[in-house]
Every structure is written in structure tokens, then in C-alpha cells.
Design a protein around this ligand. Structure first.
Ligand SMILES: Nc1ncnc2c1ncn2[C@@H]1O[C@H](COP(=O)(O)OP(=O)(O)OP(=O)(O)O)[C@@H](O)[C@H]1O
Ligand SMILES: [Mg+2]
Length: 271
């Protein structure tokens, strides 16, 4: 059975779709069979970021409403054999996703794929709760600023109460992915420090993705950044985050700082 991961945040525009595509591609680049599912009904961004927008014929809502089989809606990536996309619908009807329909689709995807990565819409409404409902693990995407951290805290509350795991009394594994981190702004004190975000949210850190033009360039050519420029700083940070998702233990460094994060925390404690 595959693992279901929800990429969620509460706040909009923090990098969920970018991260879903990059983590999905990074796992597929390791040979794992991956599907990224766009739950953002009405907006449909993931197909653009993955360069598949012209191939979309059927989508998640068509599958749920019985208008297409799952195999008809899945789009195989042009570059990676083991990476697939299940696009969102452009319908304006936000109720087009039903809990029963989502349950059937998720069950089928879990049987076929090693990883099912659900790109959540922003907010804490129905779309976001449906995207997290079947998750085994959550990646909470947060920018180092107060409003983003506050919304992530609300999402953590929902992950611990509104998911199937929570209803079964099981613990939802949650990981913090800090994105759009700018060392210069951090240095000037214009952004929250990594340690402060960790202290407020109190969930394990899975990666720090630097603010980078490489992300924009990748999105412009319709490729996840790990495929567009595998040697760029954001790509390497996403590769490491994907390895940590798969259970590897790797040291984390803060972009722009030489010492490792844990060394830094340890150093401070020891002082
Ligand atoms: N590390 C980064 N460096 C620079 N730009 C970034 C980075 N990550 C994301 N962006 C940019 O930020 C914008 C929002 O990213 P994205 O669409 O992934 O966010 P989102 O959380 O999915 O948004 P929404 O809530 O609307 O779904 C995009 O223009 C994207 O290119
Ligand atoms: Mg998005």
C-alpha cells in the first residue's frame, strides 16, 4: 500500500503546489511510483507547474462523478516514467468533490502508487479538509512570517482532529517544510528565525527551501524544479526533503549559514 501525503498550509501562496511537484518528482527520480493529486478545484495550478496543461482531458471531478475511469484521467509525466498527475477540475462548483468519491479514488491510488501526494488548496474549508482526510503524513508548508506560521498552526489543529487518522485515535505524522527562506532578510531581522518557527509550531523540520529565481524559471518552463535544474539550491533542498520523507536521517543546514541547524541549537543550549 502506498503512502498518502498531504501538502498543506492554511495560508495561500506559500509554495504548496511548487513543493508538491518538486517532492513528487524527487521521489519519482529515486524510482518510486508517484502520483500528485491536485485538490485545488477551480484553480488548477499543478498541471501548469508540471507542464501538462495541454494534456488534461479528464480530471479528479470527472472520475468522482463517474464520467471517466481513473486510468483515463491520470497523466504520465513527459520526462519521468514513474511520475503521474491527477489534475483538478476547473469547475466553479466547489462541492464537486464528495467525501465518498474522494475515498474511492484515494483507495485506488494507494493500491497502484508508492506515494500519493495531495496538493491542498489554501484555507481551512472543505477543499483543504478533503485533501488531508486520507493522509498518512502531512507536509506543512510555511514561510518564515507571522501570518503563515499562524495559519500553519491552525492547519496542525485540523490535522489532529479532522483526518481519518485522528478519528481512529492515531497520531498524524507532521513535517514542517519552511519555504521561500531568504538569508539576507533573515540576517536583517525582516523574517522570523528558523528556531522561532520551530518553537511555535513544534513539529519536526523536513527541509528549508531558499527563495530563488530558479523556482520561477522552472515554473515558466513547466517543470518541477528538481527536474528543471537539479543542481540549483532549491532543487537540492527538495531532494533532501524527499529523502527525509522516505525516512532517511540527514543533517539540515540553514541557507546562508555554515553551521548545521542542530549544531546551532546544541551550541546555544551548551552556552
Ligand atoms: N522557493 C521559492 N522561491 C521563489 N519563489 C517561490 C518559491 N516557492 C514558491 N515560489 C513562488 O511563489 C508563488 C506561489 O507558489 P505556489 O503556487 O507553489 O503556492 P501555493 O501555496 O500552492 O499557492 P495557493 O495557496 O494559491 O495554492 C509562485 O509564483 C511560485 O513560483
Ligand atoms: Mg497551490
Amino acid at each position: 500500500m502506498g503512502k498518502v501525503i498531504v501538502v498543506t498550509s492554511g495560508k495561500g501562496g506559500v509554495g504548496k503546489t511548487t513543493s508538491s511537484a518538486a517532492l513528487g518528482a524527487a521521489l519519482a527520480q529515486r524510482g518510486e511510483k508517484v502520483v500528485v493529486v491536485d485538490f485545488d478545484v477551480g484553480l488548477r495550478n499543478l498541471d501548469l507547474v508540471m507542464g501538462a496543461e495541454r494534456r488534461v482531458v479528464y480530471d479528479l471531478v470527472n472520475v468522482i462523478q463517474g464520467e471517466a475511469k481513473l486510468t483515463q484521467a491520470l497523466i504520465r509525466d513527459k520526462r519521468l516514467e514513474t511520475l503521474f498527475l491527477l489534475p483538478a477540475s476547473q469547475t466553479r462548483d466547489k462541492d464537486a468533490l464528495t467525501p465518498e468519491g474522494v475515498e474511492l479514488v484515494m483507495a485506488e491510488l494507494k493500491r497502484v502508487f508508492d506515494w500519493v501526494i495531495c496538493d491542498s488548496p489554501a484555507g481551512i474549508e472543505r477543499g483543504a479538509t478533503l485533501a488531508m482526510r486520507h493522509a498518512d503524513m502531512a507536509v506543512v508548508v510555511t514561510n518564515p512570517e507571522v501570518s503563515s506560521v499562524r495559519d500553519s498552526d491552525r492547519i496542525i489543529g485540523l490535522l489532529d482532529s479532522k483526518t481519518l487518522k485522528a478519528e481512529r485515535g492515531e497520531r498524524m505524522e507532521k513535517h514542517l517544510l519552511l519555504t521561500r527562506y531568504d538569508p539576507n532578510r533573515a540576517e536583517r531581522g525582516d523574517m522570523l528565525k528558523v528556531e522561532d518557527v520551530l518553537e511555535i509550531l513544534s513539529i519536526p523540520l523536513i527541509g528549508i527551501i531558499p527563495e530563488s529565481m530558479d523556482v520561477l524559471r522552472a515554473s515558466n518552463i513547466g517543470a518541477p524544479v528538481t527536474l528543471a535544474d537539479a543542481r540549483s539550491a532549491p532543487a537540492m533542498a527538495y531532494f533532501d526533503a524527499a529523502r527525509r520523507l522516505a525516512g532517511e536521517v540527514l543533517p539540515i543546514t540553514i541557507p546562508g549559514e555554515k553551521r548545521g541547524l542542530f549544531g546551532k541549537i546544541f551550541g546555544r543550549r551548551a552556552a
